[in-house]
Design a protein around this ligand. Structure first.
Ligand code: SAJ
Length: 402
């Protein structure tokens, strides 16, 4: 039996996927409300294909509890925040989960850490916990790679990395993931697995920062960044990502800081890229003011932000550029702009709307922060409005860009 610890964005789909492929699974989370929701047969966030996967896992007998199980395999997928001051990974949730596992697990059990951690975290923080107990417990790092918005597909099809001290243990865990994973599964050591995960997200963060820098250069000198990126990407070895209003989510906007925190004097490129991305919401605020000046809109109450999530077609608002922008506004002692997001049913910020038409009635100037499908399907409703499109999705004439 596999006990999956932490039933959030990664733990839940992983547990469901294992269960629906014939592995006996118990999901554990210390959040009682979350366990109650899952036991009532409801998923806790929206994701394409997740409800169907949930139904199939329930039919296969998955159960949810607050208790840690006595078993031979644990998969730990709890959050790993970073300390905003030192930029170092904060492994407190991983350590707490491992300590709880160690209280119940039998000799010879295997603890797989799926949470993203910085290189060396297992040696520095997790291994000493095991050594203290004098239990024989194997450690494995199997970092997740799935992208919110396409998690179910990517769980099935992405290649994976398994880092283990003992290759035989690595092969055993590989067999468990191979129950559902159709991609290649590489077995390596723990340090390499830790590093690859952070490097993958850093690569993307640096590329997005480059696109954001290009957008600013092009704005400064009246060039069309979209056309320039499109043409550059026709070169066989160039693949520039898209500029945007900033970088959110719990991965690309967080993980690269682990490297900066651990190697401050060796991360000139990564550190600069992260600062470029972090400055984008403030840059968008400046663009809003410029466009207001240009079209003669004086009342900020007539300006609305479309989109609150960190990217399109997900309901996840962690580190979202819109939240970052509203935070900047607050620092300037300004009243928060109006906000609407079809994916966010709960009230998260002031002046939040839950109906597109009502939102559009109350604003003259729409800032597209997220390119949800809902907007793409209703683009004609923006006709007659001033539009600043930070996501390059608006096809209407006269739209302002980043
Ligand atoms: N973004 C841009 N321009 C782009 C692409 C993205 O501004 O061209 C922005 C998005 O709008 C968003 C942020 O970057 O705010 C991050 O979004 P994302 O779609 O690039 O990535 P995440 O954070 O949803 O998921 C990433 C993925 N990592 C890589 O692609 C290397 C995913 O595979 C990881 O599993 C995930 O991080 C994670 O959990 O680490």
């Amino acid at each position: 039996m596999v006990n999956v610890i932490g039933l959030g964005y990664i733990g839940l789909p992983t547990a469901l996927m294992l269960a629906s492929h014939g592995v006996e699974v118990v999901g554990t989370d210390y959040n009682e409300a979350l366990v109650k929701t899952l036991r009532a047969g409801k998923t806790t966030f929206q994701e394409k294909g997740l409800d169907e996967l949930f139904a199939s896992a329930l039919a296969s007998g998955i159960t949810f509890t607050g208790e840690y199980q006595v078993t031979d395999t644990y998969i730990v997928s709890v959050p790993t925040p970073y300390d905003p001051f030192s930029k170092k990974v904060d492994a407190k949730f991983v350590c707490a989960a491992v300590q709880d596992v160690l209280k119940v697990c039998p000799e010879g059990a295997c603890v797989v850490i799926e949470s993203t951690i910085s290189p060396g975290t297992i040696d520095r923080f997790v291994r000493p916990l095991i050594e203290k107990t004098h239990k024989t417990v194997s450690l494995v790092h199997a970092p997740e790679r799935i992208i919110p918005g396409n998690m179910v597909y990517e769980l099935l099809h992405n290649n994976r990395t398994i880092g283990a001290d003992d290759p035989a243990v690595g092969e055993k865990i590989k067999a468990i993931y191979a129950s559902f994973c159709q991609g290649q599964i590489v077995v390596t050591n723990i340090r390499t697995a830790e590093m690859t995960k952070v490097v993958e997200n850093t690569f993307r963060a640096v590329n997005i920062a480059f696109a954001n820098e290009l957008a600013q250069i092009c704005r400064h000198d009246g060039m069309d960044v979209q056309e320039i990126i499109r043409i550059c990407n026709m070169h066989p070895r160039v693949h520039i990502l898209q500029p945007g209003p900033g970088v959110g989510g719990h991965c690309i906007s967080v993980d690269p800081w682990f490297l900066v925190g651990d190697y401050p004097s060796l991360t000139a490129v990564t550190g600069a890229a992260m600062r470029v991305n972090a400055a984008m919401p403030e840059y968008v605020l400046g663009r809003i003011r410029d466009v207001m000046d240009e079209v003669g809109i004086t009342d900020p109450a007539r300006v609305g932000l479309y989109g609150l999530t960190y990217k399109e077609n997900v309901d996840d608002c962690r580190e979202s550029p819109t939240l970052q922008l509203l935070e900047c506004q607050k620092r300037h002692l300004a009243a928060p702009l109006k906000v609407y997001d079809p994916m966010v049913a709960r009230d998260l910020v002031e002046n939040q709307y839950h109906d597109l038409d009502a939102f559009l009635r109350d604003v003259d100037f729409v800032v597209i922060m997220v390119g949800h499908n809902e907007l793409k399907e209703n683009m004609e409703k923006l006709a007659g409005k001033t539009v600043l499109d930070t996501r390059m999705v608006c096809t209407l004439p006269g739209v302002y860009r980043l």
